[in-house]
Design a protein around this ligand. Structure first.
Ligand code: HSE
Length: 431
């Protein structure tokens, strides 16, 4: 066997502890697969005295993670600090500058700075590996970059945030409101105390930007991702969705088009029998369409100690095997600009819920707005209420351009008998 591969772990939270545990418990299997021993030699975390349930005796301890970059007894630095900037970015830059390999679970860092970091890694001849940054334990980066390398990827649809999927699944099962389920998710420790990165779609958008780059061979372009979270999804829309044959999921969608790529994260109605609609609770699920392989589906845990450590260690094993592939699947010089299509150019079917006063003529007024924007209706649903009372009217619209949809909704909202802002949810049909 070759000499041991020496690992420095920056950050001893849930994932850092998980990495040490899995490396210890599966040491034999891992070293057999890696062809050499993998040994943690150094760690960095803020609090030395904290009980973590793993043995840290004999490891070099750094209070300042930056010191890992200068440790000659470290071949790979595993960055588990998090955040797109600050110490995590400084550390990764310093480690790559010293031609040492980096493994990270940091989606924000890769989404914001992936291109420059990949260039640095290339110049240094080092690996920048980030399997754990997207969908936790699901090996989706490897699947896209290596397993599906023969294909032109047409599209990626993903449930990329377990917190949102838990909330939407629980709202669907129980009929409770977003706020009630979020409060419960926070109590159970599924949601962060500040849940905005999750529920506002940012976390999913970080992951989508990375997937789009690997799928299409384009520069990572987080700033071009259209992002809408799940705060406005209500039990009434979940109820109507079910009546129409749909479930509601927060999806990250990256699609190839003739004029560029779509990159968007927003709540979607998906057919109840679509495989992705069966990915529930905290699980993540991703559908990748390739031109020759057709649809491939991946499901698993998108977060947590074991699944994320599993992905981190898969990257470490690649490095131990001297298996190096371009960070985003092609050399950085060959990555193309992303040319993201603006959301106003999106074309698809839509669900719209209006709250109207149930009086003669209201529907004719709504229909006139559809007609003036050349928007074609697929179905309409209204449950009876007392005349003169507000009532929900649900429309589905055939494929239409988002800009026409926005103009239509602006006109509808201005109608006298429409008493609340319309609710619009995009439909993703998966065909
Ligand atoms: N907060 C993420 C989620 C996990 O809820 O899926 C880490 O990316």
């Amino acid at each position: 066997m070759s000499s041991a591969l020496k690992i420095g772990v920056a950050g001893l939270g849930t994932v850092g502890v998980g990495v040490i545990k899995v490396l210890t418990e599966n040491a034999y299997t891992i070293s057999a697969r890696a062809g050499r021993e993998i040994r943690v030699t150094a760690v960095s975390a803020r609090d030395r005295s904290k009980a973590r349930g793993v043995v840290l005796d004999g490891l070099t301890w750094y209070d300042n993670a930056m010191d890992l970059a200068a440790d000659d007894n470290v071949d790979v630095v595993v960055e588990l600090i998090g955040g797109s900037d600050g110490i995590a970015k400084n550390l990764v830059e310093a480690v790559l500058a010293s031609s040492t390999h980096v493994v990270t679970a940091n989606k924000a860092l890769i989404a914001h700075h992936g291109l420059n970091l990949a260039r640095s890694a290339e110049e240094a001849g080092a690996s920048l590996a980030y399997e754990a940054a997207v969908a936790g334990g699901i090996p989706i980066i490897k699947a896209l970059r290596e397993g599906l390398a023969a294909n032109t990827i047409q599209g990626v649809h993903g449930i990329l945030n377990g917190t949102c999927n838990y909330i939407l699944s629980s709202m669907t099962d129980s009929g409770r409101s977003f706020d009630a389920v979020l409060a419960e998710a926070t109590d159970l420790g599924y949601a962060e105390l500040d849940p905005s990165f999750d529920v506002d779609g940012i976390d999913a958008a970080h992951k989508l930007a990375i997937l789009a780059s690997v799928a299409f061979g384009t520069e990572v372009d987080f700033d071009s991702v259209y992002v809408e979270g799940i705060r406005h999804v209500s039990p009434v829309d979940i109820h109507f969705a079910r009546e129409l044959g749909y479930g509601i999921k927060l999806l990250g969608v990256a699609k190839r088009r003739k004029d560029g790529i779509e990159q968007r994260v927003h709540p979607c109605m998906v057919p109840v029998d679509a495989p992705i609609n069966h990915v529930s609770g905290v699980f993540n699920g991703i559908v990748v369409d390739g031109d020759f392989v057709d649809a491939t589906i991946y499901e698993g845990r998108g977060a947590g100690e074991g699944p994320t450590a599993s992905a981190v260690i898969a990257d470490i094993i690649d490095i131990a095997r001297n298996s190096q592939v371009p960070t985003f699947g092609v050399a950085t010089a060959d990555l193309k600009p992303s040319r993201t299509v603006p959301m106003s150019d999106h074309v698809g079917p839509y669900y719209v819920r209006l709250t109207v006063i149930d009086k003669p003529g209201v529907f004719a007024d709504v229909a006139a707005c559809l007609k003036s924007n050349n928007v074609s209706m697929g179905s309409v649903l209204q449950h009876s209420r007392d005349p003169g009372e507000p009532v929900a009217v649900v429309l589905t619209l055939h494929e239409t351009e988002e800009r026409a949809m926005v103009m239509t909704l602006t006109e509808i909202e201005a109608l006298e008998l429409v008493v609340e802002p319309p609710v619009m949810i995009r439909i993703e049909e998966f065909h």
